[in-house]
Design a protein around this ligand. Structure first.
Ligand SMILES: [Zn+2]
Length: 598
């Protein structure tokens, strides 16, 4: 953690935790604390608290907590040094120049910087081409036909890669060396092994793909005519990895936090259509299936998703794969499967057509889409619907349907809910419920074995007296050291639920150091850390030495009671003991002490 005199320490002192966390969570003043909806678990009423003077946060719901760096580390999924940098930047604290890195690292950094710069220039180039040349004008007409007007084109940076084959290359060649041009993925070398280079994207509409901090790192391109493939994207490069980027995330961040759910679509055209419909909390996986790093990325902003993939077979498979992955990452998942649209052709014939979000919004309107989104069913309903379309006429068929559903149902964490779903599935698929339940509990047993037991809510374990004493040891500057001495001499905290918390606080007091909640917490196990934070967040009155003494007395009495119970057990266990006289005398003495203490 932050070492004294270090840059981290300086940032921590100057940073205002309420302001930093306030950028991620809407906080409201509540008593001495600020509270809000926890960004780390889904909740409807606030149990997340930030303490402005102790500079710590704590969630009474899921138990997370720590200092400003820990928050940024968890929230932005970054390492400690990066968290320091982020907090410093947010608070306008000048960052010292990093230590000289190795020559290779320097070279790689330089290369990445150049690649990002090159993408920015390519973006300018593509944008200029659209509407700026004859074929660019044709591309523009095509876009307008698909409902993308001037505003949309500007807003999403849509551009055009001309058909010539080396227009971008000529534009970039004077500024960048050949190996870097190849490295960027914007330029390819002749397949036949020749030295000739040409543009990767030709005669295509270009969509800039930005990483989560808004830097363009790749392009997704759609063929203008019937050229194949219909979609062609940048290859993996030093600045772009498909599975690490969610399209539109850089612009969706705020909306995601506000709405606390994401609409997940397949392609950039869908994301643009949904965002233009006023639903800004949309991201696209840009590929048929969602990858684990993308889920981790998304979980920084919300843990609730409505999957809205294409209704074709590939889309259905991608939906199922995504559901699995999302559930494994504790997401709450709903699925919007757009219904086939009934359309009328120009000659009056009626026909029905499967719709992706883009097409659906264009044909049926924003309102119809928004309503479907609002009513999107939980994933289990979607899956039951899928299973109902399987062949259920034979026993084998039914078994296939159950086996299709089971892996998903067993991922439902709540037992009651799981049981409800079992009934629903049995009814809907006309299965015998006991058979289904047997399969379900078998699956559940297998699941449990691999499950980590969540730490129980431990705050309750600490009795009021202990809670008061812990607060005093942390905050009563006029006597906390004396108190530490008294408690440690008498061994009064041994055997308490809070023993480890006391031990850490007493040690810090006796070492004469200032009491820093996060420093103490760093030496504790998670369970004890939660206990400490919950106690520190309680509203409290002034501390007096008299109160401390009465708390000590109460601990003494409890210690005596424990000793008495011990003696009583020995007496009862062996009534013929030769030491009976000693035991009885000890009992008398303990009872006398207890009476005096009350
Ligand atoms: Zn929480």
């Amino acid at each position: 953690m932050a070492e004294a005199g270090s840059f981290a320490e300086r940032v921590k002192q100057q940073a205002d935790i309420v302001r930093v966390i306030g950028e991620y969570v809407r906080l409201k003043k509540s008593g001495q604390n600020f509270t809000g909806l926890c960004p780390f678990h889904a909740e409807k009423s606030p149990s997340f608290a930030v303490h402005p003077t102790k500079q710590i946060y704590h969630c009474f719901g899921c138990g997370v907590g720590g200092d400003v760096f820990k928050f940024v580390m968890e929230m932005d999924k970054v390492a400690f040094p990066e968290a320091i940098r982020i907090v410093a930047e947010k608070c306008g604290i000048a960052i010292p120049r990093p230590k000289a890195s190795s020559p290779e690292e320097r070279k790689e950094n330089q290369q990445r910087t150049l690649l990002v710069e090159m993408h920015r220039e390519a973006q300018t180039f593509f944008a200029q081409q659209l509407g700026g040349t004859l074929e660019g004008k044709a591309a523009r007409a095509y876009l307008e036909d698909r409902g993308l007007d001037k505003d949309a084109i500007a807003r999403f940076g849509i551009g055009y890669a001309p058909s010539g084959g080396d227009a971008l290359l000529r534009f970039l060649k004077s500024k960048y060396k050949e190996p870097l041009l190849i490295e960027s993925g914007l330029v390819s070398r002749d397949q036949s092994g020749g030295a000739r280079m040409y543009d990767r994207f030709r005669r295509r509409i270009t969509f800039p793909i930005a990483n989560d901090s808004g830097k363009i790192v790749a392009f997704g391109c759609r063929a203008l005519g019937d050229d194949q493939p219909k979609y062609l994207n940048s290859p993996e490069t030093p600045i772009y990895s498909k599975s690490n980027v969610l399209y539109h995330l850089d612009r969706a961040k705020e909306a995601l936090r506000r709405a606390d759910f994401a609409v997940l679509v397949e392609g950039y055209m869908d994301a643009i259509a949904v965002a233009r419909a006023g639903i800004s909390n949309v991201v696209a996986s840009c590929g048929t299936s969602l990858a684990e790093p993308q889920i981790k990325l998304l979980s920084r902003f919300t843990k609730r998703v409505i999957v809205n993939y294409d209704p074709d077979t590939a889309g259905q498979l991608a939906t199922e794969r995504s559901i699995s992955l999302l559930l494994e990452n504790d997401f709450e998942v709903r699925v919007l499967a757009l219904p086939a649209m009934n359309l009328t052709a120009d000659d009056g014939t009626k026909y029905s057509k499967n719709a992706d979000p883009d097409l659906y919004i264009r044909e049926m309107g924003v309102e119809a889409y928004t309503k479907l989104l609002k009513d999107a069913p939980p994933y289990v309903d979607y899956l039951i619907e899928r299973a109902r379309h399987m062949d259920l006429s034979t026993g084998e068929g039914k078994l296939r349907a159950v086996n299709f559903l089971l892996p998903y149902v067993q991922k439902i964490p709540n037992r009651l809910l799981r049981s409800e779903w079992a009934t629903r599935i049995a009814q809907q698929l006309r299965l015998e419920e006991p058979v289904l339940r047997a399969a379900l509990s078998k699956a559940a047993a297998e699941r449990r074995s691999g499950l980590k037991v969540a730490p129980e809510l431990v705050g309750r374990a600490a009795k009021p007296v202990e809670r008061r004493l812990i607060r005093m040891l942390a905050e009563a500057d006029s006597f906390r050291r004396d108190l530490a001495l008294r408690l440690s001499d008498a061994g009064l905290c041994v055997g308490l639920e809070t023993e480890k918390v006391f031990a850490a606080l007493i040690a810090a007091n006796l070492a004469g150091s200032t009491i820093e909640a996060t420093e103490i917490a760093a030496s504790l196990e998670e369970r004890d850390r939660r206990m400490l934070f919950e106690i520190l967040f309680e509203e409290s009155s002034e501390f007096t030495w008299e109160e401390a003494e009465s708390c000590i007395e109460s601990l003494q009495n409890r210690q005596t009671e424990r000793a008495l119970a011990e003696v009583q057990r020995s007496i009862e266990a062996n009534p013929a003991s030769t030491e009976m006289r000693t035991l009885l005398a000890k009992k008398q003495e303990l009872m006398r002490r207890l009476a005096a203490g009350r």
